[in-house]
Write a protein that binds this ligand. Sequence first.
Ligand code: G1P
Length: 281
Amino acid sequence: MTEQVDIHKCLFPVAGYGTRFLPATKAMPKEMLPIVDKPLIQYGVEEAMEAGLYSMGFITGRGKRAIADHFDTSFELEQQIQGTSKESYLTDIRNVMDSCDFIFMRQREMLGLGHAILTGEPIIGHEAFAVLLADDLCATPESGGKRALGQLVELYRKHQCTIVAIEEVPADATGSYGVISGEEIEPDIYRVTDMVEKPKPEDAPSNLAIIGRYVLTPDIFEYLRNTPPGANGEVQITDAIRAMAQEKPVLAVKFKGHRFDCGSIAGYVEATNYYFKKQYG
Ligand code: G1P
């Protein structure tokens, strides 16, 4: 039996420009856009904490300093509101800051998601790790239990292999996602046989799209080093996982709970309405 390896690091690729939200993202990272009163990136970090992870690595770029500031003490502000009723607004973020380590690395050139993840290798070392794309916002399942990443991590503990989150998308939407094909080995769990990044509907192997939650074994870095630029001329994590799936088990899981595409205006507004209703009424 192979040694059980646990997982406690999560990478957040956050170097992207967020052009779809211009002008809002001209001087502010898209990951700092709030859903009601909390920035997207904090939802992501809280989901990773819920999954049992406590070491948060950010692959940042120019213009992303607000993310590092968000997870740091803000002395002046905190002193101002100390002892007032407003202090309770900081309860959640203080809990996050007190529970986790935060590590930041810059991706100097935007060469794709795969390149961003490879940039994080010094943060990760030789351990399995999670990747969370904060603009996919995953809600707690209506039936209760953990959000998407927690579900993946639990599955990782059982199978000890690379796992991606998937959901069914309309057939004409495959061009926005990595799309898998595979064999369903248990209800909602597939062994991946193929994966294509952003296929046209007529070329898509299925309508099972990858959502921004991954658990990756550390050999992914070797696959990434051998992955040439693919769709959009970028190094794609999808291509590296595809190569891995040719040689060893890779799983895809239909996770429970609604996913909001906060990389689009419509999904962002939908998420805002959902969380507003949840918090206020
Ligand atoms: C990335 C991945 C894609 C995945 C998607 C999920 O694409 O490359 O495989 O389906 O995230 O949101 P992006 O949305 O960055 O274009």
